[in-house]
Design a protein around this ligand. Structure first.
Ligand SMILES: Nc1ncnc2c1ncn2[C@@H]1O[C@H](COP(=O)(O)OP(=O)(O)OP(=O)(O)O)[C@@H](O)[C@H]1O
Ligand SMILES: C[C@@H](N)C(=O)O
Ligand SMILES: [Mg+2]
Ligand SMILES: [Mg+2]
Length: 308
């Protein structure tokens, strides 16, 4: 990592918290990022993003923003648009890529249209859709609110009754709900940092899938890095991640989630444009394997905001 003069960042607002279902995660990510920036000597302060954010942005002296909001209202292009209007440079993806990547349905439509592998899916808007999806895709399936994160509102289902219940539950989070073919096999997550693809991590959990509990609370979640793939397959996975990011326009940093099926094929699930930065999170682990400690990671993300 090139040495940076931390004073050149000016006064940095760390935008965290927010009002999405992932607020608690963002509070943890934000606290870690803010502490690391301040320890590194950056003139950083925090803003817990609430309804008065437009006033706060105008009232404070802000040279640059570090966005560490997860979910809607922060990772979806809305904050990015506000910062564009205010003329404040910010970390991570711009408006369009943020909005696209936050929406799993639109993301899948883009990838599918370009021949990039993502599990088959259907949209659920009614009980009739549930029956049609079961007919088309078979079981098991996984139900997801289109615009959520941290596995919130998601469920694996094995029959039509479970599918209808999971659809009803997911609707509480987002009226746009999708259901995907279940991929049986190992899971990988791959970070992109300032255009570079970091070492993939293989995830293991004793739970049904990598759910909220496995992500933030469990002590028995397994993180394998190096990920155990052959060098050729690891390279393929990294190339797929690069394509996943480029096709959505993701810049600065991000993290792609990928399943591998029993035949060894990779299937892209999503890209997170503001990945978690908690003490259980994955980008810090990948950065460490790449030779960057947490402080160097946040400074690299911040420095990438200077590239415009
Ligand atoms: N099609 C699938 N087949 C099997 N498991 C899946 C599938 N889709 C998702 N999962 C499981 O559910 C988890 C969460 O899915 P996904 O990454 O799409 O949602 P998310 O809530 O946006 O996650 P994040 O916390 O990374 O933002 C995955 O990490 C994986 O364990
Ligand atoms: C914060 C969570 N959506 C992640 O991707 O890490
Ligand atoms: Mg996500
Ligand atoms: Mg994910």
């Amino acid at each position: 990592m090139a040495t940076v003069d931390v004073k050149s960042f000016g006064r940095v607002a760390v935008l965290y918290g927010g009002i999405s279902a992932e607020r608690e995660v963002s509070l943890r990510s934000g606290a870690a990022v803010l502490a690391a920036l301040q320890t590194a000597g950056v003139d950083a302060f925090g803003i817990d993003v609430q309804a008065d954010i437009v006033r706060r942005i105008s009232a404070e002296k802000i040279d640059r923003a570090f966005i560490v909001l997860h979910g809607r209202g922060g990772e979806d292009g809305t904050i990015q648009g506000l910062l564009e209007w205010a003329g404040i440079p910010y970390t991570g993806s711009k408006v369009l890529a943020s909005a696209l990547a936050m929406d799993k349905l639109r993301t899948k439509q883009v990838w599918s249209s370009l021949g990039i592998p993502t599990p088959q899916h259907s949209v659920l808007s009614s009980v009739e859709d549930c029956a049609a999806a079961a007919e088309k895709l078979g079981f098991p399936l996984i139900v997801k609110p289109a615009q959520e994160g941290s596995s919130i509102g998601m469920a694996k289902v094995n029959n039509l009754q479970e599918l209808e219940q999971a659809w009803q539950a997911a609707r509480h989070y987002d009226r746009n709900v999708l259901v995907e073919q279940w991929i049986t096999g190992p899971e990988f997550t791959i970070a992109m940092l300032d255009g570079e693809i970091l070492p993939p991590i293989r995830l293991g959990t004793n739970r049904e899938f990598y759910d909220y509990e496995a992500k933030y609370l469990a002590d028995d979640t397994q993180y394998q890095i190096p990920c155990g793939l052959s060098p050729e397959r690891e390279q393929e996975l990294k190339e797929l991640t690069r394509q996943a990011c480029e096709t959505l326009g993701v810049t600065g940093w991000g993290r792609a989630d990928v399943m591998q099926d029993e035949q060894g094929n990779f299937w892209l699930l999503e890209v997170n444009t503001t990945p978690g930065m908690t003490d259980h999170s994955l980008v810090p682990m990948a950065a460490k394997a790449h030779g960057l400690n947490f402080s160097q990671l946040v400074l690299t993300v911040l420095a990438s905001s200077m590239k415009g």
